[in-house]
Design a protein around this ligand. Structure first.
Ligand code: 6GU
Length: 235
């Protein structure tokens, strides 16, 4: 899978050399390329923003560096990629979105800063490729970089081969529509807290039933919205 990231903070993504994603990169499972938006500026100050037409607070990212950078990526691509602009004004990214991205051969992330990107960048990009605005939740970040990091971590581990044992992906929160059950390891007693008896029983069916019950209880308590959706999907 090919992933391009356009940003004014390329160093932000240095940490993608680490851990699971770093391994996926060295194994050639994920071909990740970072593009400095300022490389597509042609003035001495490498300007990427300007004041908004119509007035108002903050700065808007200029269209030309975006056009030039995205041209370079699109001209090289065999097929039009999916272009994702992280934005608090976008649709909310979920596990379903992560699964969808993991199946794309090529995703481009455009990280906006300041008050946003000139609208014409989205309009033009949508004429060349599929474009999505995506938010990671109902709060405001200073820019798209941290959101892209979260999204890459979510879909990267779903790319075939990245996680060694694919079964470990199945029983996680959000995959089934329920939150995951609590986990325990040795010792069986620790600081007066004991591992639930059923987990020591070796009775697989009882363990499975207990875990499912824990999932239901936890989801209903912590995320009534998910619980309701899960219940509705059962019949
Ligand atoms: Cl994707 N970007 C920004 N700037 N803020 C956000 C966000 C994205 N998702 C939630 N808040």
């Amino acid at each position: 899978m090919r992933v391009d990231i356009v940003t004014i903070f390329p160093q932000f993504f240095d940490i993608l050399d680490l851990s699971l994603l770093g391994k996926a990169r060295t194994q050639g499972l994920i071909d990740l390329r970072i593009h400095d938006l300022r490389d597509a500026t042609h003035d001495r100050h490498r300007t990427v923003d300007d004041t908004p037409y119509g007035g108002g607070a903050g700065m808007v990212m200029k269209p030309e560096p975006w056009g030039e950078t995205l041209d370079g990526i699109l001209d090289e691509a065999a097929e039009p990629p999916l272009i994702v602009f992280p934005s608090p004004a976008g649709e909310v990214f979920t596990q379903a979105t992560a699964r969808r991205y993991a199946e794309e051969p090529h995703v481009v992330f455009g990280c906006g800063r300041y008050e946003g990107i000139d609208q014409r960048v989205f309009d033009w990009a949508a004429s060349r490729a599929r474009v999505e605005l995506v938010s990671i939740g109902d709060y405001v970040l200073n820019g798209g970089e941290v959101a892209v990091m979260a999204m890459i971590e979510a879909f990267g581990r779903l790319v075939p081969g990245v996680v060694g044992n694919p079964e470990s992906l199945v029983e996680e929160s959000h995959e089934s529509g329920l939150l995951e059950y609590p986990s325990y390891t040795k010792p069986a007693a620790w600081r007066g807290y004991e591992v639930p008896e059923v987990l020591l029983s070796g009775h697989h069916a009882k363990v499975a039933a207990w875990r499912h019950e824990q999932q239901l209880e936890r989801t209903a308590r912590v995320r009534p919205d998910l619980y309701e959706a899960w219940t509705a999907a059962q019949d």
